[in-house]
Design a protein around this ligand. Structure first.
Ligand code: SF4
Ligand code: SF4
Length: 145
């Protein structure tokens, strides 16, 4: 279990990438309260996301195509961890928590993220179908998200 034996900083590239559970929650638009700085996720996803598979349709070029796409690195975690969903493996490990039973590294099953209803598979709306001024209508109220 490399994620227990090493610190996040010590992980190699493939270990780091394998921590991503494929939930696609980080591909949802977020809104931030200007006073409290609290971040709220919405049910509206980036247009590059294939919501039926939770995969980015152009992962290699995503940062050029979508300037606000999050590149999660160890160096960035301190700044961005609170803007990641509470189930995100990077956030969990950064906060000193365990990976949950549905994480593919624990379950050895890439589908467990979907069967446990942690991913947003087939649940979110493409940003192209939503007026950007109305994102607040799609805020996710679940505090455990
Ligand atoms: S929220 Fe975290 S675990 Fe889920 S897809 Fe994004 S980076 Fe991966
Ligand atoms: S560009 Fe790809 S990885 Fe980035 S937010 Fe959009 S769908 Fe997700």
């Amino acid at each position: 279990m490399f994620w227990k034996d090493k610190s996040l900083e010590q992980l190699n590239h493939s270990e780091w990438e394998s921590l991503c559970d494929g939930c696609a929650k980080c591909c949802l638009h977020k809104l931030q309260d200007t006073e409290t700085e609290e971040v709220a996720f919405t049910w509206v996803h980036c247009s590059l996301l294939d919501c039926s598979t939770c995969k980015c349709s152009d992962y290699p070029n995503r940062l050029e195509l979508v300037p606000n796409c999050l590149k999660i690195t160890y160096q960035e975690l301190e700044k961005i961890s609170s803007a990641l969903p509470s189930t995100c493996a990077y956030r969990l490990l950064y906060e000193g928590k365990e990976l949950p039973s549905w994480h593919p590294l624990i379950s050895n099953d890439l589908q467990s993220i979907h069967t446990a209803n942690i991913s947003i598979k087939d649940m979110a709306i493409n940003e192209l179908e939503v007026d950007s001024d109305e994102l607040d209508l799609f805020i996710i109220e679940d505090e455990d998200f």
